[in-house]
Design a protein around this ligand. Structure first.
Ligand code: PMP
Length: 453
């Protein structure tokens, strides 16, 4: 009989069918509302990623608070997706709600700073280190602008990224390795540029490959997450991140660390917890507690180099910044998040909960002798339908099991647990309770019983 990741195909089919039926029959209000109202949207969704959820139709959310979502059919859902990191500190943290209420009466955007802006800047440096900061609205934009500065100060064309990476919808990073060559990523819509002129892909954990690319002298920056989180999670091997730092220094390229997901690690992100020394630092998504905000910063040394470049360049549009960025609402929420939400105490809670979750998932995987594994980076937990550890993006892509994952995600939601689509990622917020974690572990165990026993 055919098996996928240790699961017999007919068992998987049976589970997928049963869970899809159960979902569809249990949510008549969402189904009817979507049928009546979603036709005005392209592909029936307000943002096309929403078609990637595996359920027969989307549930409409009535409200969310802490680590719980309530849908219009009245289901209370334990939320481990948490807006895939945008709400990693829980939905509507109290301090952020208060900041929004206050700022709402004082204007939403004015192209001028506030006192909150200065305080947020001070807090950014206190939490993340000595960088010269800029505010953007999405991590995508923050990465794009960071790459512009890297190219400007080095005068070099290419960014080095890792095969299987994701840094937002930044065209410059949309490349992958195919048969050892950098190629534009499959599936890009409307892409007409030759992306290989501005980017090189290497495998994560391959310092020799990185050095070979750096030796060409064409690389302006290495842009990476400290842990690959956007395929199946890949941890850096001992010495890899140190090696990246020393190689980039040796060959005059900047090291840009994208902490958008690894902010889960602890206070100051992976950079703070593990003492990395990037030239540029990027973080978005939950940095302002869910208010669309991203920040990017460069060391004082890079800032000085950029100022020299800036003073000498031709007048004209920089290609950086967007009109609504650095608005007073972002600063109010940044300040509130950095001072009252992103605290050591909250991280300790998240860490403890995530440790409980990964231990429970691992125990279930072992109990059912599934050839799978689970791992975590602080508050970020993932189960992977393959043995680990994974070494790089190629192995991570091979470990991805869309059919199993789709059935499992729907089955989890039928048991009251929402996890991130695209991958098997679960986040533990400060508001997530032990009961919610245990319910997720029990649901996972029950589904694995169906798949394996
Ligand atoms: N960097 C990383 C590491 C990400 O995972 C993502 C989004 N998943 C981004 C940047 C882009 O964030 P956004 O979609 O908010 O622009």
């Amino acid at each position: 009989t055919k098996t996928i990741a240790g699961v017999r195909a007919e068992r998987l089919d049976r589970l997928a069918l049963r869970e899809a039926k159960r979902f569809a029959s249990g949510r008549p209000h969402s189904a009817a509302a979507m049928l009546a109202g979603s036709g005005v949207f392209l592909n029936g969704v307000p943002m096309h990623w929403m078609t990637d959820w595996p359920m027969p139709h989307l549930p409409l959310v009535a409200s969310a608070k802490g680590a719980r979502i309530t849908d219009i059919d009245g289901y209370e859902i334990d939320d481990f997706c948490l807006g895939d990191t945008g709400s990693m500190f829980g939905h509507s943290p109290k301090a952020v709600v208060k900041a929004i209420r206050h700022q709402a009466k004082h204007g939403l955007t004015y192209m001028l700073p506030t006192e909150d802006a200065l305080e947020a800047g001070r807090l950014l440096t206190q939490v993340f280190g000595d960088f010269r900061w800029q505010i953007a609205t999405t991590a995508t934009d923050a990465n794009r602008f960071a790459l512009r500065v890297a190219r400007a100060v080095t005068g070099r064309a290419k960014v080095l990224v890792f095969n299987g990476c994701y840094h937002g919808t930044v065209d410059d990073t949309m490349v992958e390795l195919r048969a050892g060559r950098t190629e534009p990523r499959a599936g890009l819509v409307g892409q007409v540029q030759d992306l290989t002129k501005g980017a090189v892909a290497c495998e994560f954990n391959d310092l020799a490959g990185v050095e070979a690319a750096l030796k060409t002298g064409e690389i302006a920056a290495v842009l990476t997450e400290p842990v690959m989180t956007n395929s199946c999670m890949v941890l850096p091997e001992a010495g890899f991140l140190d090696g990246l730092r020393s190689l980039t220094r040796r060959y005059g390229a900047l090291l840009v660390i994208d902490e958008t997901h690894t902010l889960s690690t602890g206070l100051g992100g992976y950079t703070g917890v593990h003492g990395l020394a990037p030239d540029m630092f990027v973080v978005g998504k939950c940095v302002a507690g869910g208010m669309p905000t991203a920040v990017w910063g460069m060391t004082p040394d890079i800032a000085a180099r950029f100022q020299r470049y800036d003073a000498g360049r031709e007048a004209g549009h920089s290609g950086m910044g967007t009109t609504l960025s650095a608005n007073p609402m972002q600063f109010a929420c940044l300040r509130a998040t950095l001072s009252e939400v992103m605290t050591a105490k909250n991280y300790a809670r998240m860490d403890k909960g995530a440790a409980r979750l990964v231990a429970g998932l691992t125990a279930a995987i072992e109990k059912h002798k599934a050839p799978w594994h689970a791992l975590r980076v602080g508050a970020r937990v993932e189960f992977i339908c393959a043995k680990g550890p994974l070494k790089n993006g190629t192995e991570a892509a091979a470990a991805h099991q869309p059919a199993i994952e789709a059935a499992l995600h729907t089955a989890l939601l039928n048991r009251g647990c929402l996890i991130a689509p695209f991958h098997n990622m679960m986040l533990v917020s400060p508001a997530t309770t032990k009961r919610q974690i245990d319910r997720l572990i029990a649901a996972f165990d029950e589904i694995l019983t169906d798949l394996f026993e």
